[in-house]
Design a protein around this ligand. Structure first.
Ligand code: HEM
Length: 440
């Protein structure tokens, strides 16, 4: 098989695994912070217990996020030497600053985990805030390299050489703020829905009105409210991300929408699949004029179609399905949280019907699926470029062989890591059941 395909598959697999841990590494500390704040406000010990148990789960996940992140860093240099040369010269700042963000997170994580009982309420809040801040800053800094890949700024190319390099301009590249926002709010939303999922799963296996049921009910409501707020923010910010594609990566937007012909009053294709031969999106629901309006707030906006670029520069057309699925999941999750909130707070119904409970159980896995789809869409949608209109992916790939063997070895490592994570979490929470901790 082509070395480029294997290199992309290996790196894609590494990122696909790492992103699960990294996303929860941002989302869970935030939920711990909310639980801490709720505890300080209400003095209800259930919230302190939630903060304590979620921190234990987060610590396990952080333990796996660190090696998978390190592997990703090593693979970047091994698989993409051409790209890393540019990173080293132009966009090294995020990697350098990230060390401090990680240091902050790890330091205050240790303080919070080992000394929470001895800290004053305000210091508990400060510690966990700094953990959440460090985790989010790490994620924003690293994904800023991805933002730079889409909107490379801060240098000029003269006679094939990178000159007039301005590292801060590269750092604050055109998509820095919007990408940082989308990555952060979608991770916070995912953390909240994972909590909601687990709580709903525990509730469905219990009879109502037990002490344990009420505990999980509080966690579920917290997950749904925070998840709902952040899914709204994710959609709003996602709209900005799409407008940014219209401006800076128009062929990615054309592929996302399966738009072949350049046109004003362009329709939005929802669902269906892109048929390359017939040059249309089959089975889609078309909303007239909507793509033009969403792209630049005016119905007569001209949206460029794929016909503007040679076919070898088209992104893979399956990104339409990924884009639609990400947006669809985001909308469904927002709807589920609104229904849950209305059911409990406005209609004042004490119990949720079983179908809705299954919907809540699905929220965490669905949010994580949207995260994976979002990343695959953003990265494969940029192909064939590793740095948009500057360097092709095939120019950056390593020329040393044996990547196929590495792929198989890493596949085994990741399977072991994922199974071990589940086993360790199950072992810990089975040995420390909530029923015992509630009685203490
Ligand atoms: C609901 C409406 C949403 C819209 C309109 C939207 C839009 C977008 C767009 C246009 C991109 C590509 C950005 C680029 O390539 O530069 C993107 C990427 C991404 N999306 Fe979404 N998205 C939405 C929902 C979600 C949801 C629900 C999640 C996950 C829970 C999510 C997670 C991601 C991730 C992780 C990326 C890759 C990082 C990035 O490039 O920003 N998105 N999204």
């Amino acid at each position: 098989m082509d070395e480029l395909v294997i290199a992309r598959s290996l790196f894609g697999m590494t990122m696909g695994v790492h992103i699960i841990y990294a996303t929860l590494g941002v989302g869970l500390p935030f939920m711990v912070l909310i639980a801490e704040l709720m505890y300080q406000k209400t003095k209800d010990k259930d919230y302190a217990l939630m903060a304590n148990r979620w921190t234990k789960g987060f610590a396990v996940l952080l333990g796996v996020a660190i090696p998978t992140g390190t592997i990703a860093g090593v693979q970047l240099s091994l698989l993409w030497p051409g790209f890393m040369e540019v990173v080293g010269r132009v966009i090294a700042l995020p990697f350098q600053i990230e060390i401090y963000a990680f240091f902050l997170e790890a330091l205050f994580m240790s303080i919070y985990v080992y000394a929470a009982d001895r800290l004053s309420p305000i210091m508990r809040i400060v510690s966990v805030t700094l953990v959440a801040f460090g985790a989010s800053a790490s994620a924003i800094l690293i994904t800023n390299v991805h933002a730079f890949q889409g909107t490379p700024d801060g240098f000029e190319i003269v006679d094939g050489k990178f000159v007039n390099i301005d590292p801060w301009e590269a750092f604050f590249n055109r998509s820095f703020f919007i990408t940082a926002g989308h990555v952060t709010v979608s991770a916070l939303m995912t953390g909240a829905f994972v909590i909601a999922s687990i709580a709903a799963y525990k509730m469905i296996r219990q009879r109502g009105n037990t002490r344990e049921y009420k505990f999980h009910h509080k966690a579920l409501m917290m997950g749904l409210v925070i998840g709902g707020i952040f899914s709204l923010l994710t959609s709003l910010n996602g709209h900005e991300s799409a407008q940014q594609l219209y401006q800076y990566q128009p062929e990615k937007l054309a592929a996302a929408e399966g738009l072949f012909e350049t046109q004003r009053y362009a329709p939005l294709a929802i669902g269906g699949y892109t048929d390359k031969e017939e040059r249309e999106v089959k089975w889609a629901i078309e909303v007239p004029w909507a793509l033009s309006f969403l792209s630049d707030d005016a119905f007569d906006t001209e949206v460029l179609g794929l016909e503007e670029w040679p076919e070898e520069e088209w992104p893979p057309l399956f990104v339409h399905t990924l884009f639609n699925s990400m947006v669809g999941i985001g909308s469904l999750l927002l709807l589920l949280s609104i229904v849950g909130f209305t059911w409990y707070k406005i209609l004042k119904r004490k119990k949720f019907p079983r179908w809705l409970m299954w919907g809540f159980i699905a929220t965490g896995p669905l949010a994580m699926t949207a995260i994976e789809f979002g990343w695959i869409f953003a990265c494969t949608g940029r192909q064939p470029w590793i740095i948009y209109h500057v360097m092709k992916t095939e120019e950056a790939v390593t020329t040393s062989g044996n990547i196929g063997l590495l792929f198989v070895l890493f596949l085994i490592v990741y399977i072991i890591l994922m199974i071990s994570t589940v086993l360790v979490l199950r072992y810990y929470f089975n040995r420390n059941p909530i029923s015992e901790e509630l009685d203490q």
